[in-house]
Design a protein around this ligand. Structure first.
Ligand code: ARG
Length: 457
């Protein structure tokens, strides 16, 4: 098969080189975006009088017919044609004859590939935004179900202070809210059109870049042709956002793994999101959250990979840049699949409210409240902290919890203690007392839910 660029060559391409340099095995995922870009480009060429409108119509019909064949999976792409751009151009020429060769007037694969990737990421980002909303929605639903559910809050994975389970879930809601905002914000930069930048320096034809940008729904055009074909920072930005989002996915997944362990039994994941063991019949493994946690690695890898590819590249296009695609495609797929699973897994999990409550009655997480109690009675906090430390030590040594000590015992540490200390130590009281804005009291959590609902409407 002769190459579309074969004119200057006297020898066939080495077979290994052909395979090594081809991107068609992965960039065929950009086929529909490539056609979308070509449709806009050829329409603009016609409107600018660069090629006759009759030819424009023939080329457009040809492109639409190829698009249909691709959707129907009737097309065989070939490695000899290297990438999706040349494969489609070849198919077009086969479909409509030599007039198909006019499509590439005033354009290069360099602005073409950049255009395809902007179109692809724009579409995928919009879909991801919707999927993040589904995760937020699942968190919100569980939050509403668990306003009364008290659980231990942790620092250092040691019981710290009791909190409401909704409060814990809503913490993730806000992380995903910022992720969503980051995605939305990135659309501003994704929505620049590189089309018409040519290979690097623009073109001799009187093209109208604003027109093709308009046809493709871009907000603006790159004002510099070198930048247009060299920029991959819109992809880096996406990979960075994805990496941050994977941290959030991974952290909640880790908590689900811990919470569903025998040791905690705070939640039970629905059977449909767990798998069994091939040897141990009793096992119900939280494979899904484990794998979500594990998928984080490849997303970070994709970010570091592209950062490294681009570092130190001279302007403008270099073949290195073909390495931008697999990581981007893989990240889109990973993130999309992860969010799709996370939402229903959260929504269907069973929350073991009794077990969570039992945990807070068997710990010392109300100790801060005794300190605060003495502070309201006039003692400086540092001094109160010291006294309560001694009380906790005493209680541990006598195998008692703070609610089990008698008033006489309390008063032996400080005479300011009175009968009301036992009310203050109840988990419910401990939670409700934290009524500062953004705190864990039911009043604050209810307010948070209203705010969260506002973000989703
Ligand atoms: N397949 C190439 C890529 O993805 C398209 C651009 C090729 N341009 C070139 N001058 N070789 O980067």
């Amino acid at each position: 098969m002769t190459k579309l660029w074969g004119g200057r060559f006297t020898k066939e391409t080495n077979e290994l080189v052909e395979k090594f340099t081809a991107s068609i095995t992965f960039d065929q995922k950009l086929a529909l975006e490539d056609i979308e870009g070509s449709l806009a480009h050829v329409q603009m060429l016609g409107e600018c009088g660069i090629i006759p409108m009759d030819d424009v119509e023939i080329i457009k019909q040809g492109l639409l017919s190829i698009e249909q064949k691709i959707i129907n999976e009737e097309v065989q792409f070939s490695v000899e044609d290297e990438d999706i751009h040349m494969n489609i151009e070849r198919l077009l020429i086969e479909e409509v004859g030599p007039v198909g060769g006019k499509l590439h007037t005033g354009r290069s694969r360099n602005d073409q590939v950049a255009t395809d990737m902007h179109l692809y990421l724009r579409k995928q980002t919009s879909e991801l935004i919707e999927l993040v909303k589904q995760v937020q929605n699942a968190l919100l639903l569980q939050s509403k179900e668990n306003i009364e559910t008290i659980m231990p809050g942790y620092t250092h994975l040691q019981r710290a202070q009791p909190i409401i389970f909704s409060h814990h879930l809503l913490a993730y809601f806000w992380m995903f809210e910022r992720d969503k905002e980051r995605l939305i914000d990135s659309l501003k930069r994704i929505n620049w059109s590189p089309l018409g930048a040519g290979a690097l320096a623009g073109t001799t034809f009187p093209i109208d870049r604003n027109r093709s940008a308009e046809l493709l729904g871009f907000d603006t055009v790159y004002p510099n042709s070198l930048d247009a074909v060299s920029d991959r920072d819109f992809i880096l930005e996406f990979l960075s956002i994805a990496s941050i989002m994977m941290i959030h996915i991974s952290r909640i997944s880790e908590e689900l793994v811990i919470w569903s362990s025998q040791e905690y039994q705070f939640v039970e994941l629905d059977d449909s999101f767990c798998t069994g063991s091939s040897i141990m019949p009793q096992k119900k493994n939280p494979d899904v959250p484990e794998l979500l946690r594990g998928k984080t690695g490849r997303v970070y890898g994709n970010l570091i990979g592209l950062l490294t590819v681009l570092k130190g590249l001279p302007l403008a296009y270099n073949k290195d840049m073909q390495e931008d695609k697999e990581g981007m495609l893989d990240t889109v797929e990973t993130l999309n699949g992860s969010l799709r699973l996370l939402a229903p897994m959260i929504e269907t999990m069973m929350v073991n409210k009794e077990q969570m409550y039992a945990a807070v009655t068997n710990d010392y997480s109300n100790a801060t409240d005794i300190a605060d109690y003495l502070v309201t009675k006039g003692l400086p906090f540092r001094q109160a902290h010291e006294i309560i430390g001694k009380i906790v030590l005493y209680a541990i040594q006598h195998k008692k919890y703070l609610l089990d000590l008698s008033l006489v015992e309390y008063q032996s540490f400080n005479p300011l203690f009175e009968e009301d200390i036992f009310k203050v130590l109840q988990p419910k009281h401990v939670v409700e007392a934290r009524n500062s804005f953004g705190g864990t009291s039911t009043e604050q959590v209810k307010q948070q839910i209203v705010l969260a609902e506002g973000k989703l409407s």
